[in-house]
Design a protein around this ligand. Structure first.
Ligand code: B12
Ligand code: SF4
Length: 466
């Protein structure tokens, strides 16, 4: 039996930069179990899914979806059904709202949560063809009985032994079609061979905007040896030119973080640059860690700073970190000659012009190489979503409006309207990037001139208030 794992094209501006590691993990598990498997990433393919399925039939089409892409996922499922395939959907949105998709004729099954074991058991059951008796045994599976009633089996516990999982099937990604991971800081490199790696899953913190439907609240780390084996494969066998660590919080255990860096140095893996894609938590760092990271080949670190207002940071974002810790992390990272990125959020409930100004002031003070300003986006399952449902007014017309990298504020809150948030967001970009030293850096960068149309579009998007 053949299965095609599909990721819909993201209509976001940097969607070609990252492989979908979750699909890589599923493919790794399926290949290890003996199933013929391929990956179709809508962001990089040069033929439509319809054309692909006409050219090559598959028994099962497995589609992944975060919340903003669920409409595209359903569209792909309809295409798959037209080709007579069984459809199974999984990923963050399906885990949060399985019923919504199960009501649809084009969706046969939903897998909730981490699914390396679910997908293999599912393929085995499908192969045996025993129907309900088989489906009811698979943890984390949602299915339809003979009367069409939707059944949700019990949740599958989080994988506790990550070392036991087969490595992602990286070889199935058309890696030449992805760009480098962070074109905004490095300039666009279409010839990069950029891979991502997960050294741990989960995070015990409870930031109110953060959606963790898949990896959950329990931090589970892979052993350093296991991570190094995969890292070697990326560098030596697959020719990685850079690696992105995409853990929720890779440095939760400071001792392990240092051991990992030391092992990269000891194994000579420190010549391939790596970055912490989704940032690290400032309160699990010290000066020694950053020095070791630099020696281990890390070129850039990102930190979730979120807000420059103490009350918003503590009581609304609930980030469990202090400004002193933020300042120390930036200082130590810069001292280790690492490039820095800061992530900042605008428009959390209760924000005012003054609180958002404080955020911009803090960004200017910290002065990271890249400041990434984002507008708060309420995802289902988060505390932010609950607060907005209770006291705010959501503007999003549908799931696709809830992209984090959109230019629109998604909700009003008493005393805070969305136009003010959008204005402050644009202002933050202007104040941060329209400074003489920043402009000079841009104007003297080869990337600016090589990719001029794209950079003009970025400028219009970030700096111009509509
Ligand atoms: C790396 C990353 C990215 C990368 C790579 C994207 C990717 N799809 O891998 C980039 C930067 C491109 C990115 C972009 C976006 N991301 Co992102 N990203 C992550 C991050 C940090 C890690 C992803 C990961 O590797 N997870 C671990 C693997 C094992 O889990 P997984 O990918 O979900 O896959 C498992 C299960 O979900 C399931 N599964 C997944 N797909 C399928 C399909 C089938 C058929 C089956 C059976 C099972 C199944 O099995 C997999 C193996 O266990 C997560 C946070 C997190 N911890 O998950 C956020 C996260 C997934 N991203 C999120 C969001 C919102 C986005 C964007 C929409 C942001 C935007 N632009 O607005 C885009 C969407 C792009 C896209 N096509 O997915 C949210 C999703 C929330 C939600 N409710 O949907 C998360 C959870 C972050 C957060 N805390 O808010 N992201
Ligand atoms: S934002 Fe980061 S630190 Fe906060 S809960 Fe999410 S993963 Fe954890």
């Amino acid at each position: 039996m053949k299965i095609l794992l599909v990721s819909p094209e993201a209509r976001v501006w940097n969607s070609r930069t990252h492989i979908h590691n979750g699909l890589g993990y599923l493919a790794g598990a399926l290949l290890a179990a003996g199933y013929e498997t391929d990956i179709y990433d809508g962001a990089v393919e040069d033929e439509s899914l319809d054309a692909r399925l006409t050219r090559e039939p598959f028994d099962v089409i497995g589609i992944s979806s975060p919340t903003p892409l669920i409409n595209e996922a359903w569209q792909y499922a309809r295409t798959a059904k037209q080709h007579g395939a069984t459809t199974i959907l999984g990923g963050p949105h399906l885990t949060l709202m399985p019923d919504e998709s199960m009501q649809k004729a084009e969706v046969d099954f939903v897998a909730r949560g981490e699914a390396e074991y679910t997908i293999v058991e599912f393929m085995q059951a499908l192969g045996r063809g025993d129907g309900a008796a088989e489906w009811s045994k698979i943890l984390g599976l949602s299915w339809k009985d003979a009367q069409g009633k939707v059944r949700h089996n019990l949740d599958r516990p989080l994988s506790s032994d990550l070392d036991a999982l087969p490595f992602p099937a990286y070889q199935l990604f058309k890696i030449d079609r992805y760009t480098n991971l962070q074109p905004l800081t490095d300039g666009l490199d279409p010839h990069a061979r950029s891979y991502t790696i997960l050294t741990s899953r989960g995070c015990p913190y409870k930031c109110t905007y953060c959606s963790k439907p898949i990896t959950g609240d329990t931090w589970r780390a892979r052993s350093v040896e296991n991570v190094i084996r995969e890292w070697k494969m990326l560098v030596h066998d697959l020719g990685a030119t850079e690696i992105g660590v995409t853990d929720d919080i890779w440095n939760l255990n400071l001792k392990r973080a240092k051991e990992l860096c030391q092992a990269l140095i000891d194994n000579g893996l420190n010549k391939t640059p790596w970055v912490t894609v989704h940032g690290m938590k400032v309160n699990h760092t010290d000066a020694e860690l950053f020095q070791l990271m630099k020696r281990a080949g890390c070129k850039r670190v990102g930190f979730g700073v979120e807000s420059g207002d103490e009350q918003i940071l503590k009581n609304v974002v609930k980030k469990s970190q202090t400004f002193d810790q933020v300042r120390a992390a930036f200082k130590n990272a810069k001292a280790a000659r690492l490039q820095t990125m800061g992530f900042f959020i605008y428009g959390m409930p209760g924000e005012t012009a003054a609180t958002m100004d404080k955020t911009t002031e803090l960004a200017l003070e910290l002065d990271p190489d890249l400041a990434h300003f984002m507008i708060a986006s309420p995802y289902p399952g988060t505390a932010l979503w609950e607060t907005v449902q209770r006291n705010g007014k959501l503007h999003a017309q549908g799931w696709s409006d809830l992209a984090i990298q959109s230019d629109h504020a998604h909700f009003d809150f008493p005393g805070m309207d969305n136009k003010l948030v959008e204005q402050k967001w644009h202002e933050a970009y202007r104040r941060f990037y329209f400074r003489p030293k920043r402009l000079w850096k841009r104007l003297t960068s080869v990337d600016t001139w090589r990719n001029l149309p794209e950079r003009v579009r970025d400028a219009q998007r970030f700096f111009v208030t509509k």
